[in-house]
Ligand binder design. Sequence first.
Ligand code: NAP
Length: 495
Amino acid sequence: MSGRCPLCLCLTASSLKEDLLQVERYRAHIDAVELRADFLDDPEAAAAARFPAMAGLPCILTVRRPVDGGHYRGGEAARRSLLHRLLGAGRFAYVDLESDLAAPDLEADASASGCAVIRSLHDLDGTPADPAALLSSLPRSGREIPKLAVHVKGMEDLARLLPAFRCGTQRGRIVVGMGPHGFPTRVLAPVLGGSLAYCSVPGMDAAPGHVDPEAMDATYRFHRVGPSTRIFGVIGDPIAHSLSPRIHNAGYDALGLDALYVPFRVDDIAAFLRVADALAMTGVSVTVPHKESVVPLLDAAEPPVRRIGACNTLVRREAGSGWTGHNTDVEGFLAPLRRVLGGSVPPGLRASVVGAGGAARAVVAALAGEKARVLVLNRTAARAASLAGEFGVQWAALDGNGFGRMAEFSDLVVQTTAAGMEPDVTLDPATGYVFRGHELVYDLVYKPPETVFLKRAREAGCRTVGGKEMLLSQAYAQFRLYTGRDFPREALGEI
Ligand code: NAP
């Protein structure tokens, strides 16, 4: 396992035939397979020696115990006997043996059949104190490949795990961070020096956090990245739904840039900034709930960040230097609006902004900067009052009285709340407002592409703008800040 990091599909069906179907389905994206014989029905497991020849790809043999997250129920003696028979009869490229399994007979079987040993340790409960030292202690000889798979529960754990990618034997090392916070280790394995990365068939995740082979390849550029790749990313919580990796990575692909954009589920920004140092990152997108809490950690802030008190983009010249905060939401909101309005926002435009959260701050700041006359409405009226007070605009509660006042501020209606966003797509935050058809209506929610609020506006004859336009505009601005290049818009397919 030297050189390029192979992408390995974990096979967890109950029959060899079903496993083979998955190999055929994903063959174009994968370099190796792991036959999880602990998932096979008994007669199938007994016949598994023929699987490497059927698959036609390097094959790892694994019979995982329940204590390590596996499904083998037959007891330890039966497990060893199965491993012995399969290693004797099959042509497996690798066998996964646990670190506490003293089994010279199985090592001899492996050696006799030209099969390398992956020496693994799984910690399903957490990340140990010194993962690098632990990984180094695993191999029983320099011919073995140590594998450490641990449950990463937060950024502190991830920061501690990353140095393990620099340890191992001359045969390599496999480091896996399980769970949502460990996700970056899966897609960064080829960049950080990992010797193998695992993926699963969608819906059959063999371990927490597995990604499907197509996404590993297409979204995370698995076969186009390596040790020289620059790492960018987005931080938030939750983050799995973010479309930003698809947008930025498609841009790197189109321009042939050696870069990778990774989502980080972040519970602790200070710990994440240490991770960013370890990964030599120079550009980071910031989303809910960190846009405001990141501001005190900045070394410098562009004027929109100071004005709004929120930052969605961190940039630095080189790894190790200080972070400058930018806010591309303001320009991201304005660019589609200007396009629809024929190039600019007319001064005195009367606008209602529904919501008073983080997104509303950027919208109100943008509209106030364009000399629009703004009314902020919010479910929690005090938040509307506070936001309006900061920017010197009008406010109202999101109730019958407020809906009445919206009529005076109805050239533009901007919906900035999370209401109507997946999964609860039936929510409409302003059912009491009746569109009259002359309004331009802009909804910041981008999933679904048309909320019930926006549909109601369109059906009343209004011109509408969906949240995807802002999402893309702010991402294009970030792309330029990170890479110095314009985003290749024509290359972006449907997202
Ligand atoms: P946030 O800071 O948590 O604010 C949420 C806002 O939504 C608050 O004003 C809240 O009112 C209101 N709200 C939530 N549920 C509501 C409901 N059922 N009825 C009425 N009001 C409700 O979130 P945020 O950062 O502003 O994000 C809000 C939305 O904008 C999200 O859907 C986000 O995806 C979207 N967004 C899109 C883009 C883009 O590029 N298109 C950029 C940024 C944000 P209370 O104060 O009463 O709780």
